[in-house]
Design a protein around this ligand. Structure first.
Ligand SMILES: Nc1nc2c(ncn2[C@@H]2O[C@H](COP(=O)(O)OP(=O)(O)OP(=O)(O)O)[C@@H](O)[C@H]2O)c(=O)[nH]1
Length: 394
């Protein structure tokens, strides 16, 4: 064998060994990687720096031109909690929480059943029925419908059997609550975008708490969640939200500056959701009075700016169920400003005003999707018409 042949042999050997090594390396990297569903990844520093250096083609003019807000560089805060909780799954939550709903709302059912099973009902008895329904915030229209239906059934059947009366009441109430409405939360990726959910409402209704609780519901469903703290008005709101996220290993996009432009934070949250390939981005917004024009306009701006990155799949209006007629007015004003796709009724644990479910759905034509039944982290449940009506009439 000549020196040339020997050289060829050595070269071939080296190439084979190098290729083999490369193949092993690739296999190792693949085996250790893959998209983890439960551990969301903040953008790497080098990616973030690059994004800051390069003018972003999709950066919206509205973010540059930041109304009255202060310029922000929202940051992604990686969860640091040493122990990540496993939240309760959505299924069965309402069963667990049903007792709370019944505690305050069964008074309505009991009052109605007491009168209706009495027999030989006078006009004043029917007025009592009407007053009880109105006091539960059912609304005039639905109350009239329900009373008229019950009157007909009592007249035709002539029965005062409590079981039969309970069944009528149950069926009529269920019809009013409307089990046919689509109450699913749009929380799945669409194409290459995460779902984006905006949470809006007046001050103190429970928006931040609801975003935190909803994040837990979605984590329990194995969704990759990103939280956006666009409530830059209340100093503690971003901390509050971040704490909710940390407990379940979810990152929060926030600004440390009070008064930062909420649209900018919302935009960055949506962008982080896209970069992280998250399933859903939940954006908390500041409480605003429905009567303040400028603040209501700001909501429209937040939505428009977010939509430069990804379409907004849900706008959830959070209403405090204890606020009665005032809550209804808020709902109408918010609905005028942004397209509400679902309602969250909070504080249903402390009120006998469950009738608001029917009232608000009728006024807005959108379903109640979630109800808050306490201050505990898993005290938010998907709204289930049957369980709700059963809690009222037993
Ligand atoms: N009992 C009860 N309390 C609730 C429920 N949801 C929220 N809360 C309480 O309502 C209070 C206000 O909640 P937040 O989430 O801070 O309200 P917010 O709408 O974000 O407030 P702003 O940002 O000031 O507008 C807190 O004390 C919550 O614990 C619920 O379903 N039941």
């Amino acid at each position: 064998m000549g020196p040339i042949d020997e050289l060829w042999e050595i070269l071939t050997l080296v190439t084979v060994v190098a290729l083999g090594g490369l193949a092993v390396l690739v296999a190792l990297v693949r085996g250790g990687g893959g998209k983890t569903k439960t551990a969301p990844r903040p953008p790497r520093v080098d990616e973030k720096e690059r994004a800051e250096e390069l003018p972003s083609p999709e950066a919206p003019a509205e973010v540059e031109n930041r109304g009255g807000g202060v310029a922000v560089e929202p940051e992604v805060v990686e969860p640091t909690a040493p122990e990540v909780e496993r939240p309760e799954s959505a299924r069965g939550r309402l069963q667990r929480l049903r007792a709370r709903l019944a505690r305050s709302n069964s008074a309505i059912g009991n009052a109605l059943l007491a009168v209706l099973s009495r027999g030989g009902l006078s006009e004043s008895d029917w007025e009592d029925v009407e007053d009880t329904l109105l006091a539960s915030d059912l609304g005039v229209e639905a109350t009239e419908e329900l009373v008229s239906s019950l009157r007909t059934q009592v007249k035709v059947d002539g029965t005062t059997d409590p079981e039969q009366v309970r069944r009528w009441l149950h069926d009529d109430l269920l019809r009013l609550v409307d089990p046919t409405m689509d109450r699913r939360i749009a929380a799945s990726r669409e194409g290459d975008h995460p779902a984006v959910i905006l949470v809006v409402g007046v001050n103190g209704t429970g928006k931040t708490t609801t975003v935190g609780k909803l994040g837990r519901v979605l984590v329990a469903e194995d969704k990759d969640v990103v939280l956006g703290a666009a409530d830059t008005f209340r100093a503690a709101a971003a901390d509050q939200l971040q704490t909710w996220g940390e407990r379940v290993g979810v990152p929060t996009v926030r600004s440390d500056r009070e008064g930062a432009d909420p649209a900018s934070v919302a935009f960055e949250a949506a962008r982080a959701g896209v970069e992280m390939e998250a399933d859903v981005v939940l954006i908390d917004t500041a409480g605003r009075l429905h009567t303040k024009r400028g603040l209501m306009d700001e909501l429209g701006k937040i939505k428009r700016v977010v939509e430069k990155v990804a379409p907004v799949s849900e706008v959830l209006l959070v209403l405090d169920a204890t606020t009665g007629q005032n809550g209804m007015r808020q709902a109408e004003e918010f609905a005028r400003e942004v397209d509400i796709t679902g309602i969250v009724l909070t504080k249903m644990d402390g009120t006998a005003k469950g009738g608001i479910v029917v009232n608000v759905q009728r006024k807005l034509g959108v379903p109640v999707k979630l109800i808050g039944l306490g201050e505990g982290p898993d005290d938010l449940a998907p709204f289930d018409p049957e369980a709700f009506v059963s809690a009222i009439v037993g």
